[in-house]
Design a protein around this ligand. Structure first.
Ligand SMILES: NC(=O)c1ccc[n+]([C@@H]2O[C@H](COP(=O)([O-])OP(=O)(O)OC[C@H]3O[C@@H](n4cnc5c(N)ncnc54)[C@H](OP(=O)(O)O)[C@@H]3O)[C@@H](O)[C@H]2O)c1
Length: 241
């Protein structure tokens, strides 16, 4: 059985529907900032693995709410790792651990420097997750199912995709955790502009520029997904058995 944190979130909701044997306590039941609630959930459910999607994800809000962002993303991951023992951890991370000036980042490329406080907190959270006895850090990036804005950046490149495209990929990896020998895995799709991605689900979206965004955005934050592209068919074949 899998214990999922962040089950009410965008990714968590999708994963809940895709994983066969999953329990997803609410943030009131399992509050990452309250270690006793983590210990209680682990003792009650004795999961085979913990999939950690919960995080403080408000990038703009994190700039003014640093203590809370840190407490959830770094402190919360630490509280979880401290309680895990030998239970495997799948930690969901982000392309934002990279600076985003050159793109095609591979799993072992140097991370940082972080562009904002959210990115810093996720970068440190990854390092904490790596102290778990058994862990897989999945770096990914996704959008909600529908493109929510009237415009999209033509000058920002990414390998992100819609959450209903990304979640089945992550679920496939989770179903076959034992067959994954890597400690870090990039799960994303091909490099494209944000505008190209937006056009796949919106017929009215207009080209925009990052110069008008009012926040510091990357040029190219795309992830190299060669590892996943090699692994994926092997895992899909196991699924088909
Ligand atoms: N969205 C993206 O573009 C993106 C890109 C790359 C990586 N990621 C990563 O993917 C993961 C999922 O992101 P998302 O966009 O699906 O998140 P989201 O929709 O913002 O949901 C966040 C989840 O975390 C839970 N949570 C917040 N504080 C908590 C606490 N103290 N204790 C327990 N649970 C808590 C929330 O519970 P409540 O609903 O009860 O508050 C919610 O279920 C995150 O790790 C994020 O960093 C996201």
């Amino acid at each position: 059985m899998i214990l999922l944190t962040g089950g009410s979130g965008r990714l968590g909701r999708e994963l809940k529907a895709l994983l066969p044997d999953v329990i997803a306590p609410s943030s009131a039941e399992l509050d990452l900032t309250r270690p006793e609630t983590i210990a209680a959930a682990l003792a009650t459910h004795t999961p085979d693995a913990v999939v950690h999607t919960a995080a403080y994800t408000d990038v703009k809000g994190a700039e003014t709410n640093k203590a809370h962002c840190w407490a959830v993303n770094v402190g919360g991951t630490r509280n979880l790792v401290c309680a895990l023992g030998s239970t495997p951890l799948v930690h969901i991370s982000t392309d934002y651990v990279f600076y985003g000036d050159r793109g095609n980042y591979a799993e072992d490329d140097p991370v940082g420097p972080p562009r904002n406080y959210y990115a810093l907190s996720k970068l440190v959270a990854e390092e904490v997750a790596r102290t778990a006895e058994r862990h897989l850090v999945i770096r990914t990036s996704f959008r909600p199912r529908e493109w929510p804005y009237p415009s999209a950046f033509r000058d920002v490149h990414t390998s992100q995709d819609y959450v209903d495209v990304i979640a089945p990929e992550i679920a496939l990896a989770i179903r076959h955790l034992d067959a994954i020998s890597y400690r870090t895995l990039h799960v994303a799709t091909e490099r494209k502009s944000v505008l190209e991605l937006a056009k796949r689900r919106s017929s009215t979206v207009q080209p925009g520029s990052k110069a008008d965004a009012g926040v510091d955005l990357p040029d190219d934050i795309s992830l190299n997904t060669q590892r996943w592209r090699t692994l994926r068919p092997q895992l899909a074949a196991k699924d088909a058995l």
